[in-house]
Design a protein around this ligand. Structure first.
Ligand code: FAD
Ligand code: NAI
Length: 506
């Protein structure tokens, strides 16, 4: 056993060293070209997005078979499951961002990346207009002028549309102006800055002042997993670390979670919902269920709360920091694409796709992830599986194209027969997408997590507690794409366990 353990440790070290070497020293890539080696046209794939769907697709695609271009205004992949840990600096935002260029350099064929947003898709001419937008900088302007954006038009044989979704504000007045979201890395930084702005400002006010109480109230609207995980992380931060630097803040500061429905975490097993409610109660997270937000201004959230007797009352919740986590809505680009295709006219909640992720009504556009409306929830797990499925589908399509091209050149009947058989085999190997749900996980605070785990269709287990928290951490590290980011996240956790989270405003 002893020698076995040493051998396993050595093998693991060798594997890690090799993986790090491969990640930091990408090999040469097959260049893009008009024709494939067999003389057939090399098709152009344009991928829109650098999120879960797009990157999972790129990762598995045989990029030597296509000319691949990836377009995204965000030049990195964001590991969203750990985003709620960023405002409290449990995890550094850099640890969960993986540059698109690094990922693109690790594929066997050359991939072109453009940092740009697609602004128009023309399904008839198979083109996409892309624009390099001036990004937000904290100081000064970038060299590219806002009034003079750089535009480009790309032609595609296939468009892989994975632009995700935007945050749904339901048109509630005040949210765009006063609330932060938790969707992108910059959102996490903004939440942290607002939180510390409010805390530091409150120190100038007398302890019994209403204004001080307001500033020390952190309100999260939306009791889905984003809202729950953020509320849990912020409460941990206050109780475990902030109180060391600002004694007494744990007694003064309030975390409020507002949810319109009777329950939070509605996709979880009822047992886990109850467990989460108990943990929140014991941690003094002020949970306001049955409370529908109606309006927001610079200081208050206005909501309508349903009472147990069925009547409603209007409530005002003063806040110092406000985060809106109300779910997803489709992007304008997705709506405008849907409007151009007759079969998508009813696609209000997302693009309609067939079982191969191909858009209904268009043979050249494939869509995946949060921009689609399917039987599956808009999660990373779904987008990831769809991306891998689609890459496999395209790898097979490339083989089918090759065989059809060879068939068109072949004169000998016996060879034709053989090619036809191979072609048939490949065509039969194309299977519809089936989603395999592996379960849902969420962090609920004080080193506890909830997990709804599934093993196929025959078994589900609902777990909650400290052990689940370790499982949650292990599962997330396993899900992170690169070795670099895995190491960074683990080292962030070690750093926090040794020194605690810091309280700088950045
Ligand atoms: P995204 O990952 O959102 O990617 C969309 C991409 O498109 C981005 O790169 C964006 O920059 C780009 N884009 C936008 N507009 C354009 C344009 N005009 N042109 C080109 N590119 C564009 N799911 C889970 O399963 N487990 C979790 O633990 C989990 N945690 C989450 C935590 C948070 C805080 C959030 C917000 C979500 C979480 N999710 C989780 C959900 C998950 O992140 C999404 O379902 C997933 O990101 C969807 O993948 P996607 O590729 O469709 O979209
Ligand atoms: P969500 O759609 O899951 O939850 C939004 C919540 O906001 C809902 O419960 C809704 O009732 C509430 N809401 C909407 N309008 C409201 C109002 N006016 N007042 C009060 N409450 C209101 O959105 P979320 O949490 O951002 O998640 C989006 C997707 O990402 C989901 O599919 C989710 O499963 C996934 N996700 C998964 C995570 C995980 O598995 N750990 C973590 C975060 C997101």
């Amino acid at each position: 056993t002893f020698y076995g353990l040493i051998a396993a440790a050595l093998a693991e070290t060798a594997y890690l060293t090799y993986s790090v070497y491969k990640e930091t020293n990408p090999g040469t890539q097959k260049p893009q070209s008009l024709l494939k080696e067999n003389g057939d046209k090399r098709k152009n794939i344009v991928i829109l997005g650098s999120g879960w769907g797009a990157i999972s697709f790129l990762h598995k695609l045989d990029t030597t078979q296509y000319n691949v271009t990836i377009v995204s205004p965000r030049n990195y992949f964001l590991f969203t499951p750990l985003l709620p840990s960023v405002p409290t600096s449990t995890v550094d935002s850099n640890s969960i961002c993986d540059p698109v260029r690094t990922i693109a350099r690790q594929t066997p064929g050359e991939v072109t990346y453009y940092e740009a947003a697609a602004t128009d898709v023309d399904p008839v001419n198979q083109t996409v207009k892309i624009v390099h937008k001036n990004m937000n900088f904290s100081h000064g302007e970038a060299f590219v002028n806002k009034d003079d954006p750089i535009e480009k038009t790309l032609s595609y044989d296939y468009l892989v549309y994975a632009v995700g979704a935007k945050v749904n504000t339901f048109g509630i007045p005040g949210i765009p102006e006063y609330a932060s979201f938790l969707k992108e890395a910059q959102d996490a930084t903004a939440v942290r800055q607002k939180l510390f702005n409010a805390i530091e400002a409150s120190r100038l006010l007398p302890e019994d002042s209403e204004e001080r109480k307001r500033l020390l109230t952190f309100v999260v609207c939306g009791g889905g997993p984003t809202g729950v995980e953020l509320a849990a992380e912020v409460k941990d931060y206050i109780d475990q670390d902030l109180l060391k630097f600002i004694p007494g803040i744990d007694k003064e500061m309030k975390v409020v979670l507002v949810e319109a429905l009777p329950n939070i975490l509605n996709m979880f097993h009822p047992k886990l919902i109850e467990y989460t409610k108990e943990v929140f109660k014991s941690q003094h997270v002020d949970l306001r269920t049955n409370t529908m937000v109606k309006k927001v201004d610079a200081r208050n959230v206005y909501a309508s709360a349903k009472k147990p007797d069925g009547t409603t009352e209007e409530v005002v919740i003063p806040y110092g920091t406000l985060v809106w986590a109300g779910g997803n809505a489709q992007r304008e680009l997705t709506r405008s694409l849907a409007d151009k295709i007759t079969e998508q006219k009813t696609a209000r909640r997302g693009l309609l796709v067939d079982e191969h992720m191909k858009l209904d009504g268009d043979d050249h556009i494939y869509a995946l992830g949060d921009c689609t409306f399917t039987a599956n929830a808009p999660t990373a797990q779904v987008a990831h599986q769809q991306g891998e499925f689609l890459a496999d589908h395209f790898n097979k399509l490339a083989k089918i194209d090759d065989l059809q091209y060879l068939l068109s050149l072949e004169k000998d009947e016996a060879s034709k027969e053989k090619l036809l058989k191979r072609l048939e085999r490949y065509k039969n190997s194309i299977k519809p997408f089936t989603y395999k749900h592996q379960g849902s996980l969420a962090y609920i605070g004080s080193e506890r997590a909830v997990a709804d785990l599934s093993w196929g269709s025959w078994s589900t287990v609902a777990l909650g507690g400290n052990l689940t928290f370790f499982f949650w951490r292990t599962a997330y590290v396993a899900m992170i794409l690169g070795i670099r980011n895995k190491l960074l996240v683990v080292s962030d956790w070690i750093k926090v366990s040794m020194f605690g989270r810091d309280c700088s405003k950045e």
